[in-house]
Design a protein around this ligand. Structure first.
Ligand code: GLP
Length: 241
């Protein structure tokens, strides 16, 4: 079931998302947040940092799990999601490092890391999972064609996804070819889902997610099977609904 909130622009989308997140952070004794990377959540993360600084909202009891991570880059590489999350969120909060979970992309045994990550989430139960969406409807790194039954697994990155991300690396050859991602089944286990999307290039994906057939061709359409999804979209992303 979708609760759709349409706003005017990116900043308003970030503010609405912040309200939802803050409610979880202050309303739970031990909030468990599922977090995402990409450009979409940056505005929300800035608001979380600003709120912590101005109002002292504490993250000492917050536990986090990130959706995905590249395989093969050392943790401290400037393009890992580990680095992204610390720079854009964690370094500005009082969250203990031991409460932060991100798949270990330079593990010597990646299949075992996937199992371990899934097990750790089972112990905690994610209260709210933040998601962005790819223009082709992907969530996390679950590209079209991914089975809805998937748990945390290894993916071969699509050429298009690598090209999209090449701007962050020196050249396309430096972009990893594989990643670890929570699966679609993993994502659906979260008690609540918060999807944020802005811009016209997300309009088809948002349409497919909400109004399209439930199909592996649009991974986000799996969210139609979840009973508590908050969708925050600007008018451009909502334009095909
Ligand atoms: C990437 C990430 C996704 C993200 C998507 C959209 O491939 N793995 O988690 O939602 O791209 O990114 P953006 O928010 O930059 O549009």
């Amino acid at each position: 079931m979708f609760k759709i909130i349409v706003v005017d622009n990116y900043d308003e989308a970030s503010s609405e998302a912040f309200k939802v997140m803050k409610e979880e952070v202050v309303g739970n004794d031990k909030p468990v947040l599922g977090l995402a990377t990409g450009s979409t959540p940056i505005g929300l993360y800035k608001k979380m940092q600003a709120d912590h600084k101005a109002n002292g909202t504490s993250y000492k009891n917050v536990v986090t799990f990130n959706l995905d991570e590249y395989i093969g880059l050392p943790k401290d590489h400037d393009q890992t999601y580990y680095t992204f999350m610390h720079e854009n969120l964690f370094d500005g909060l009082d969250i203990p490092e031991s409460n932060i979970h991100i798949p270990v992309g330079d593990s010597t045994d990646v299949p075992a890391e996937c199992v371990k990550y899934e097990e750790a989430m089972k112990e905690y139960n994610i209260d709210i999972q933040l998601l962005g969406i790819g223009a082709n409807g992907h969530i996390g790194f679950n590209e079209p064609g991914t089975s809805f039954d998937t748990l945390t697994h290894i993916v071969e990155l699509k050429e298009k996804t690598r090209q999209d991300n090449a701007r962050f690396f020196g050249s396309i050859d430096d972009v990893p070819t594989q990643a670890i991602t929570m699966g679609i089944s993993t994502i659906l286990k979260s008690k609540k889902i918060l999807m944020v999307a802005t811009g016209e290039n997300k309009a088809d994906a948002i349409y497919g997610m909400i109004k399209g057939p439930i199909s592996e061709d649009c991974p986000a359409s799996a969210l139609q099977n979840h009973d508590n999804v908050i969708v925050i979209v600007d008018k451009a992303a909502a334009s095909k609904l």
